[in-house]
Design a protein around this ligand. Structure first.
Ligand code: SAM
Ligand code: SF4
Length: 332
């Protein structure tokens, strides 16, 4: 039997977007993402860079057109830039993109450009240095801002800021963040917090601030115009007349985007996760490391996994998380 060139799930959705978490480690400890004293995985439990490359190549052969590299903080893994170079050169891949906290961009941005990375998502939740420290626990705002400037100079197709908005922590900054994006001529997306992993000293139900509330706040200052742009991600986009900036809203709670879901995630441990909000997965690391590993078996397992991709996710901020894995394992 000939291997199909496309991954299609049982609801008829074509999967052509793979997100890969290449490390669970990070130089920040954002309050909504990690516990303060995180334990990270031992090396043998995480995929090697060679294994990640084999999987990326296999997915591209199965019709994946877009790959996002994320983490943890992807740019702190040794060898990450070489891996990006290799993946960026894969024939058939249309877009290699990266999500980063921006801490390494001052030196990494030019290499990312050379690696064929088309778009960058840079996380930035606040423009206040003290608040930045409070939210990331270890990060330095100025380093990230300088990194953004270097990335701008290097010239990517698109740079987008990602901001997780928490009530009573940074919700009063949404307009300033958009103004910052306008001044820099880049995009910005606001993300509703998702209940992934148990984080202490942070109450998710209390911190919940919906995309609709953010939009209402922004409309006091900016004229948002619904845009039909689709970047292949879950954002709903708005443009602001006379600016180059688009404002996106990623609303896993308030606006379910599952019907158009085109993506799967590869965790740092080599689990292929079929949905961010469910545990349905297959163990690709076990296949890669088995004695009868060959490209045919690997492809067959990936094709068959489409049968267990769930129809949709359910998140509830008022309950203890049913999903115990952290965002850094999964790749946000
Ligand atoms: N370290 C990189 C960064 O921060 O951009 C990449 C990995 S991080 C897990 C990817 C994105 O997930 C970030 O924009 C982060 O703000 C977001 N994120 C982390 N935990 C989240 C949560 N519980 N709910 C919603 N977004 C979250
Ligand atoms: Fe690190 Fe990104 Fe998680 Fe913040 S959101 S702790 S930067 S992985």
């Amino acid at each position: 039997m000939k291997t199909p060139k496309k991954l299609i799930d049982r609801f008829g959705r074509t999967v052509d977007y793979l997100r890969i978490s290449i490390t669970d480690r990070c130089d920040f400890r954002c309050v909504y993402c990690m516990a303060e004293d995180m334990t990270f995985l031992p090396r043998h439990q995480i995929l090697s860079l060679e294994e990640i490359f084999i999987l990326a190549k296999t997915f591209v052969e199965l019709g994946v057109k877009k790959i996002r590299i994320t983490g943890g903080e992807p740019l702190i893994r040794k060898g990450a830039l070489d891996l990006l170079m290799q993946i960026g050169a894969l024939e058939g891949l249309h877009e290699l993109v990266l999500t980063t906290n921006g801490s390494q961009l001052i030196t990494a941005a030019p290499i990312l450009k050379a690696a064929n990375v088309k778009r960058l998502n840079i996380s930035l939740d606040t423009l206040d240095a003290a608040k930045f420290k409070e939210l990331t626990r270890t990060g330095d705002l100025q380093t990230v801002l300088n990194g953004i400037d270097v990335a701008k100079k290097v010239g990517f197709e698109r740079i987008k800021l990602n901001a997780v908005i928490l009530k009573n922590r940074n919700h009063n900054e949404v307009c300033d963040l958009v103004q910052f994006a306008i001044d820099k001529e880049i995009d910005i997306s606001f993300i509703e917090e998702m209940p992934l992993g148990v984080v202490e000293k942070h109450n998710r139900a209390e911190a919940y601030y919906s995309s609709d509330e953010i939009r209402a706040d922004l409309e006091n200052r900016f004229a948002l115009k619904k845009s039909t742009d689709n970047t292949g991600g879950p954002s709903d986009y708005f443009s602001i007349p006379n600016t180059k900036t688009r404002v996106g809203f990623i609303s896993p709670h308030s606006h379910n985007f599952c019907s158009t879901c085109n993506r799967v995630r590869l965790t740092v441990e080599g689990r292929l996760l079929l949905c961010l909000g469910n545990e349905h997965s297959i163990d690709l690391k076990a296949i890669l490391r088995s004695s009868d590993m060959n490209s045919k078996n690997l492809k067959q397992a990936i094709i068959e996994s489409m049968e267990i991709k769930p129809e949709k996710h359910e998140f509830n901020v008022n309950e203890q998380p049913i999903i115990l894995r952290y965002m850094n394992m999964t790749g946000g």
